[in-house]
Design a protein around this ligand. Sequence first.
Ligand code: GAP
Length: 434
Amino acid sequence: MDAMERLTALCANRGFVYPSSEIYGGINGFWDYGPLGVEMRNNVKAAWWQRMVRERDDVVGLDTSIIANPETWVASGHVDSFHDPMVDCRLCKKRFRADQIDTADRCTAAKDHQHDLTEPRQFNLMMRTSIGATEDSSSLAYLRGETCQSIFLDFRRVMQSARKRPPFGIAQIGKAFRNEINPRNFIFRSREFEQMELEFFCLESEAMDWYEHFREVRFQWQVDMGLDREKLRWHEHGPEERAHYARVAHDIEFEFPFGWNEFEGIHYRGDHDLSAHTAHSGKDMAYTDPDTKERFVPHVVETSVGVDRTMLALLCNALVEDEIAGEKRTVMRLAPAIAPIKSAVLPLSKKLAEPAGRIARDLSRRFNVDLDTAGSIGRRYRRQDEIGTPYCITYDFESEEDQKVTVRDRDTTAQERISTDQLAGYLSERLLGY
Ligand code: GAP
């Protein structure tokens, strides 16, 4: 088994990620997040929101509808320009993204296994749907291809209601959809995914300073999430690579088991979006500075990261095999803030389930806690190590006498005896923050 196969199997078996609608054979490019996956996703989103919104006084949040007036996507350029090049094999009838044909992929219909490819054609990635009882061109709508467009549409409303003025930002987390030609690499490239985006509005003359600021902020956040620095690098887009809206673009890339790939983009979008929506809707998006009376269309610096790709990077980074006292184990070294279960309470014997349950219930008011009663203590430790639980708390017969429990650290496996009344404080110090 290679690293991705091992990770995919663990994710399915332990309840992180499953194929969507599996009993019907699944559906390419769609995934479900299980009980551990949803906890971890929520932790990732909360950590992003904390750093990008709550800890800043120049950013506010927003949550907009997935479907907007379809004119949005005409104005933004997505209907005309959000394309990938597509080729078909005339022999095996498989379809590929022209710029991503895997050299290991061999034609099953040709003797020499060489595909006979058509010339590249442009394929629009916007996912279409129809609204209402009739299905004609007037009912056509799009599932959003990026979450940020509605931020531009609501820009004036947010600015006025939140009493902000440039420089300030609007942040949003939400689902996005792309009709990807070739979804692949597990949750790396799917057709339904989630983005965490910040659009920061500022003066044109200050835009590149803000751009550099947000490059630093975003890189540091990825490091704080626990990603190894040496598995992260910057990639600057050349003119050919840049999206239709971007004037300058840098990706943060992670070294996945299938190679270096983008999982976050920082883009200088200029005034592309606000100017395009002004022209298309006839509603003026310019801003007048009340002090200088200067009137201008704000320029935008964007940070855009996928929840799913962040999850994949964190899982790939964390899953390791090590050896403790000559015994091999699989351990998920997730940062405590990201780990789906913060602590597992393990009664040494089933007879101790009741007092151990009381401790678990008490801690569960502050942390996501698991009460794990089944199997030998060694097996339970290994099960918790594999899903990244930072601390296991063992309740034994002595605990009845001295009101103390044994706390075991996932990474070092070192054990400490802690008083039950100090447990919540002990864990808080180690689990909260990131
Ligand atoms: N608003 C800018 C924007 O959407 P992007 O580079 O196209 O920029 C930003 O996407 C991020 O969204 C990517 O870095 C990636 O993390 C995530 N993303 C994009 N397409 C994806 C897909 N098909 N599956 C999973 N995540 C995707």
